[in-house]
Design a protein around this ligand. Structure first.
Ligand SMILES: Cc1cc2nc3c(=O)[nH]c(=O)nc-3n(C[C@H](O)[C@H](O)[C@H](O)COP(=O)(O)OP(=O)(O)OC[C@H]3O[C@@H](n4cnc5c(N)ncnc54)[C@H](O)[C@@H]3O)c2cc1C
Length: 484
């Protein structure tokens, strides 16, 4: 099969029977034709089509060592820094397509899966060969160019308990009900699966499991096809719109987010990677280096978003003639600083890449930890800067239909700008508002904050992980010891 085309993606998505709840409506077949998913489906189809553009084929794909078919570059197991650069080039093309607004383009989870399969031995071989399971699954996803969603978090019912087993009902968080000859049966829920428009769902642990054997029924990692019986997705309200002038971003890039319900879902043995093993659940992301490949992909996407913000603020400022004011220039300069800082993290992480114990070239972990911890603290700057510069203009954006109304002459006169006619200015300001203020834009702001987990707890992890601080501490102590 190999790298997908857009048409193949749409057809394969539509032919799967799923259970997606949008309000009181159950979506089963033809998901890409549903108004909630049409825009995002089209965008993903366009991304897949880029893999087949003759001038991009060598950048977007490589030859599979298994089948000889061309497969997506984000599956490449990097052995050299040049391989890493190839991955980055491919990911940047996809990220630029949505200006970094699609957080879950398939390369995100492809990267995680590639790292886990490369470290297959970590998953181990007992009665079940988990190592072989993850290796085979990676190959299956790669050869069919499948699109994955994932879910890591238990439902937000009561965070004060130390284990999901201590919730009022031990089956609120997804847990194993039984094991049988075919596999395990799982009951409960997980959140929050962005991009329910997928072929497969990865169910992996994220929150640290602290309660030893009490946590064992929750300590699992597996993958399922989205058409598995009993698997249900409950969507949030859609931000998608039909009009690409009124909602230029939401009409194309609303990935949708869903709570996932497992109503006694059978997970076949060959799809299980970790079973009743809290220690492995807590360790897999770091030990397999999946976290670094996800952080690397995210960094590329964040750079694309920063570059877009610089372009947007510059155009907006020139359009309404505020670009010569030093305070405006300072604000845009701050975005330039963020952009070039993200680029520096990316370049440095690749320059300092090292081979891991699984034989994979991994971008530098310190730079990636710093970048993924810094991002939720700085991403909001993009949002606030555009609001500060756009000011009331961000509200002077009538529905585009006004351009075909009797009010058109007033609109032409009063909505014009120094460097744009009314129609151009309305389009530009709608784009800015969709980026930072509409339901879609507000969700982006929240997304960036929690993209990699809770920033507060991530910072604690960084503090504990960063052993270099001992050397720095020693320098301070040595200095103090010399003081008489
Ligand atoms: C738009 C969006 C898309 C997402 N997409 C995905 C996805 O595709 N897949 C996926 O698996 N997840 C996804 N997530 C979930 C994301 O991983 C979580 O939001 C993140 O890990 C934080 O967990 P939480 O939302 O459950 O917050 P909670 O853990 O409930 O935290 C809520 C607040 O309480 C504080 N808090 C809670 N517990 C503690 C504690 N023990 N110690 C200190 N403070 C605490 C937190 O600091 C936070 O401020 C998405 C989230 C958003 C917002």
């Amino acid at each position: 099969m190999g790298a997908r085309t857009g048409t193949r993606f749409l057809e394969e998505m539509d032919s799967k029977k799923r259970e997606i709840w949008y309000g009181d409506e159950k979506i089963t077949y033809n998901i890409t034709k549903h108004p909630v998913f049409r825009g995002i489906a089209q965008s993903l189809a366009e991304l897949y089509d880029l893999q087949h553009k003759p001038e991009l084929m060598d950048v977007m794909t490589y030859v599979s060592p298994l089948s000889g078919e061309r497969v997506g570059m984000s599956f490449l197991q990097p052995k050299t820094k040049e391989d890493l650069a190839k991955r980055t080039m491919m990911m940047k093309i996809w990220a630029d397509y949505s200006f970094g607004l699609l957080g879950r383009t398939p390369d995100y989870l492809n990267s995680a899966l590639m790292a886990m399969a490369s470290a297959a031995e970590f998953f181990g071989k007992g009665k079940i060969d988990f190592a072989e399971n993850i290796r085979r699954y990676y190959e299956y996803v790669r050869e069919n160019d499948l699109c994955l969603t994932h879910t890591l978090i238990n439902p937000q019912v009561n965070r004060s308990v130390t284990s999901p087993s201590k919730l009022s009902d031990p089956f609120i968080a997804a847990r194993i009900v039984e094991k049988n000859s075919e596999g395990i049966v799982v009951r409960g829920a997980r959140m929050l699966a962005t991009l329910p428009l997928a072929d497969e769902i990865l169910v992996f642990p994220s929150t640290v499991l602290k309660s030893g054997q009490d946590d064992a029924p929750y300590a699992m990692a597996f993958a399922l096809s989205v058409d598995t019986p009993g698997l249900k997705f409950i969507c949030r309200e859609s931000f998608a719109h039909e009009s690409n002038i009124d909602h230029p971003l939401a009409s194309r890039f609303d990935e949708q987010d869903a709570v996932v319900v497992f109503d006694d879902v059978l997970v076949p043995w060959e799809r299980i990677f970790i079973l009743e093993d809290p220690e492995k659940c807590n360790a897999y992301s770091e030990v397999t280096n999946a976290v670094y490949f996800m952080a690397h992909q995210s960094l590329v996407r964040e750079l694309a978003k920063c570059e877009f913000a610089v372009g947007l603020t510059t155009l907006l400022s020139e359009t309404i003639g505020i670009d010569q004011f030093p305070n405006v220039q300072e604000k845009i300069a701050e975005l330039i600083m963020l952009t070039e800082s993200m680029r520096a993290f990316l370049v440095a992480s690749e320059a300092n890449a090292k081979m891991n114990k699984w034989g994979i070239m991994v971008p530098d972990s310190s730079f990636l930890h710093a970048a993924r911890n810094l991002w939720p603290r700085i991403a909001h700057k993009l949002n606030i800067t555009i609001k500060q510069l756009g000011a009331s203009g961000l509200m002077a954006i009538p529905p585009a239909k006004v351009l075909n109304s009797e009010a058109r002459s007033y609109v032409d006169k009063y909505y014009q700008a120094k460097l744009a006619n009314a129609e151009e200015r309305i389009k530009l300001f709608k784009l800015a508002w969709d980026f930072v203020g509409s339901s879609f834009g507000s969700r982006q702001d929240l997304y960036e904050y929690f993209f990699f987990g809770d920033p507060f707890r991530m910072a604690g992890n960084l503090y504990n992980w960063y052993t270099q601080k001992e050397e720095f501490k020693k320098r301070v102590k040595d200095f103090l010891d010399k003081l008489k």
